[in-house]
Design a protein around this ligand. Sequence first.
Ligand code: AMP
Length: 249
Amino acid sequence: MKVLVAVKRVVDYNVKIRVNADQTAVETANVKMSMNPFDEIAVEEGIRLKEAGKADELVVVSVGPVQAQETIRTALAMGADRGILVETDVQVEPLAVAKCLKALVEKEAPDLVIVGKQAIDDDSNQTGQMLSALLGWSQGTFASNLDLGDGTLKVTREVDGGLETVALKMPAIVTTDLRLNEPRYASLPNIMKAKKKPIDVTNPGDLGVDVTPRLTVVKVEEPTKRQAGVIVADVAQLVDKLRNEAKVI
Ligand code: AMP
């Protein structure tokens, strides 16, 4: 079985993000970039399927600038076999990514595609679902457990108020939730070995995909700063402030 995993290069989750000067986007110049955390979980799950003898090849794909090769290398150092970079400097939207992934799925013929439930930069939570619709494949979103049988995949999903288990026909798309697994760190020997693993480079045009953005960002703003609080002397003063200043009672 072949597994394809999509990994996005995003601003590292530890960075305190800033809006750029012309308020059109988040500042990415001189900012630490890393693999989207949900995609680390997707790579880890692919590796575990290989280690369990259920998958024999794990291919990682990223759509983005040339620097996204570093993200692919990280996945290779964790244990993926080879990478594909769909190189573009365009700020790709989920539909464009899903179309690139569809073209690669048609070429690579994987049995399972694992993507993160959302990218922490745009918080779209759309790519996996769009890919499933474009391919007409089953989908198990927000997965917290995978149980791969013969031709079917049981996916436990984190839904409001509990867990739901769905049985999918293969081939299928899975999107990862936080509790699916704990991704491993790449060891130094594996980082060295990953340097020799192949990364193919293609581009959206060669895949027949137009990635021109369809959305216009009107404005990006920081959340309003929280006002300083005050300590009230007693309950009477609190009630008075709530009634006469905040006017909430
Ligand atoms: P989103 O729909 O943007 O929230 O992203 C959901 C998931 O789709 C991510 O966790 C990735 O696995 C995948 N994805 C989104 N954008 C890209 C990209 N540019 N390159 C590779 N994978 C991506």
